[in-house]
Every structure is written in structure tokens, then in C-alpha cells.
Write a protein that binds this ligand. Structure first.
Ligand SMILES: CC(C)(COP(=O)(O)OP(=O)(O)OC[C@H]1O[C@@H](n2cnc3c(N)ncnc32)[C@H](O)[C@@H]1OP(=O)(O)O)[C@@H](O)C(=O)NCCC(=O)NCCS
Length: 294
């Protein structure tokens, strides 16, 4: 005999607009609020004190943990997980299996600070692709697209109107400006700075540790992890870096500079300069017509 699907379960202290609808087996926790026209697909969970803005759709088996704010007109795919306290603006689209606000789990002795991580904030109109992970403490700017299977770590700030390409990683404590195009499979290492209007071609690789994790020895002859100095890349406004280029720790790419595909950049690149090769050497100026206008 066919079993009836389980009913939606709404905590008595939750408040749902009469036009909101909750599918079979969905759960709405204490003091949660569902706005006008909200749709919960079967088995979606909205935990305690969440606020869900009007017209937002939450996919099947998605779990929205406690104290999350979802704006109006958002679409969350199936199996999305939103960790506690995350704030999502209006009109944000989140692909299937994405994880938002994931708390970091660091190895013992990791150089990445673990204290005081704020919840994730995703600004209006941004989108996060299927299978992506955006950590707690990060911020994704207005209208920015994070591609499928991308990874944005704690305290990374990504500005407005940009793209983080499929499979790319923006590591912790990285700042990315507005309108930055990060193509597929880019690795932006911790403590890097990328200014507005930068273009990073596919597979661009930045590095930050010349000692490759081997701590220098302290006065007592023991390794001192605090002696490892991490130096990320600095990529100035409007610079363009070609596919698979590699930047060694601490280099600065000047404004409007151009790094050829496959170059290994071992020295700072002056503004509006073209560099090419392994190691990268200057090869003329970037034509005025190719530079950003103010
Ligand atoms: C630098 C680049 C624009 C080519 O510049 P170019 O001035 O047209 O170069 P040319 O094709 O005229 O080649 C000039 C010489 O440089 C060499 N060369 C060209 N590109 C090179 C590169 N990336 N690295 C090393 N040498 C390169 C050529 O082999 C040639 O050498 P030769 O004179 O000994 O034969 C191109 O290689 C490049 O890096 N494009 C960026 C593509 C990219 O990553 N886009 C990202 C989005 S998909």
C-alpha cells in the first residue's frame, strides 16, 4: 500500500505569510518567518529565527540553518546548505549542492587565523554556482558570479560585478576589487590583493610561501611556524595576466600591465609593461589604446 508523503512541519512560533507554501516533509523552525509567496520544496529545512524574503524559492533537501537572512526573490537549488547567520541579499541565485557560510576547519599550526570569523554576506543579485563552497567571513559583492565548484575562503572579499570562474579558489584574506574577471581554475593565494578591472586568465597561479611550509629554526633550534612569512600577490588596477602564468610570492603586477600566457613572474612588473617568458622579461609597453581609461 502506498504511504502518504509526510506533511510539512511548522513550529508553532514560526510565522508564514498565507501565500507561502511548504512541500511534503519540509521543516520550519521556531520563530522563522516566511514572506509572501515563499516556496519550500519537499524536505527543505528552514531553521530557527531565519527570515525568508518574499518570492524566494528553496530547493528540495536544502538546509537553511538558524539565524540566516535570505532576501526577496532568491532561488536556492536542491541540497544547498546555508550555515548559521549567513546574510543573502535580494535576487541571489544559488546552484545545487552549494555550501554557503561554511566554518573553516584548519589543520593544527595553520597560519590562517581562526578567531572572530563573521558570518558570510552575499550582496544583491550575486550568484553562486553548483557545488561551490563560500566560507564564513567572506563577502561576495553585488551582481558577482561565482562559477560552479569554486571555493571562496574565510575573510575573502570579492567586489561587485565580477566573475570567479569555474573551479577557482580565492583563498583566505584575499581582497578582490570590482569588475574583476577571474577565469577558470585560477588560484589566488592567501593575502593577495587584486584591484578593480583586473583580468586573470585561466589557470593563473599565485603563490605566497618561498619556504614551502618549512618553518625557520628558532634560537632553541626548533622550527618556529610563526617565522614563516606569507607574501601574496598584488595585482594593480586593470592589469591582465595570461593563462597558466605563475607569480612567485610577493610580486606586484603594475596597473595596466600585461603578463603573457605561461610566464613565470619573479620580479615586480612596472605599470603598463608587457612581460613574457620564463622568467618573465619586459617586452615593450602596453599600447595606450589597451589601457583602462579613467
Ligand atoms: C603574448 C601574446 C599576446 C603573443 O604576443 P605576440 O606579440 O603576438 O607574439 P608573437 O606571436 O608575434 O610571437 C613573438 C615571439 O614571442 C614568442 N611568444 C609568443 N607568445 C609567447 C608566450 N606567451 N610565451 C613565450 N613566448 C611567446 C613567439 O614564439 C615568438 O618567438 P619567435 O620570434 O622566436 O618565433 C600571447 O602569447 C599571449 O600570451 N596571449 C594571452 C592569451 C591569454 O592567456 N588569454 C587569456 C584569456 S583566454
Amino acid at each position: 500500500m502506498a504511504r502518504k508523503p509526510p506533511r510539512a512541519s511548522m513550529h508553532p512560533s514560526a510565522v508564514a505569510d498565507p501565500t507561502a507554501a511548504a512541500g511534503a516533509g519540509s521543516l520550519v523552525g521556531p520563530e522563522a518567518r516566511l514572506g509572501e509567496g515563499v516556496r519550500l520544496a519537499p524536505y527543505a529545512v528552514v531553521d530557527a529565527r531565519c527570515r525568508v524574503g518574499e518570492g524566494t524559492i528553496i530547493g528540495t533537501h536544502a538546509v537553511v540553518h538558524r539565524d540566516v537572512v535570505l532576501g526577496a526573490g532568491c532561488v536556492l537549488g536542491s541540497h544547498v546548505v546555508v550555515h548559521p547567520g549567513t546574510t543573502v541579499g535580494d535576487g541571489v541565485v544559488v546552484g545545487d549542492h552549494a555550501v554557503l557560510g561554511k566554518p573553516p576547519r584548519l589543520r593544527a599550526g595553520s597560519a590562517s587565523a581562526r578567531e572572530g570569523i563573521a558570518p558570510l554576506v552575499i550582496d544583491d543579485g550575486a550568484s553562486v554556482g553548483a557545488g561551490s563552497v563560500v566560507a564564513a567571513g567572506a563577502r561576495i559583492g553585488r551582481g558577482t558570479i561565482v562559477g560552479d565548484q569554486a571555493f571562496v575562503r574565510e575573510r575573502a572579499i570579492v567586489g561587485a560585478g565580477g566573475v570567479v570562474g569555474r573551479g577557482s579558489t580565492v583563498d583566505c584574506d584575499v581582497t578582490v576589487g570590482d569588475r574583476v574577471s577571474i577565469q577558470t581554475d585560477v588560484y589566488l593565494t592567501a593575502r593577495s590583493t587584486v584591484e578593480d578591472d583586473v583580468f586573470l586568465g585561466p589557470g593563473v597561479l599565485t603563490t605566497n610561501d618561498d619556504r614551502m611550509g618549512r618553518a625557520p629554526l628558532g634560537p632553541d633550534g626548533e622550527p618556529e611556524p610563526s617565522g614563516i612569512e606569507l607574501r601574496g600577490a598584488t595585482i594593480r588596477r586593470g592589469a591582465r595576466v595570461g593563462g597558466r602564468a605563475t607569480l612567485v610570492p610577493g610580486v606586484e603586477i603594475g596597473a595596466d600591465a600585461f603578463v603573457a600566457a605561461g610566464a613565470v613572474v619573479t620580479r615586480d612588473v612596472p605599470p603598463a609593461t608587457r612581460v613574457i617568458g620564463v622568467p618573465a622579461r619586459p617586452a615593450g609597453e602596453v599600447p595606450a589604446a589597451d589601457r583602462l581609461r579613467d
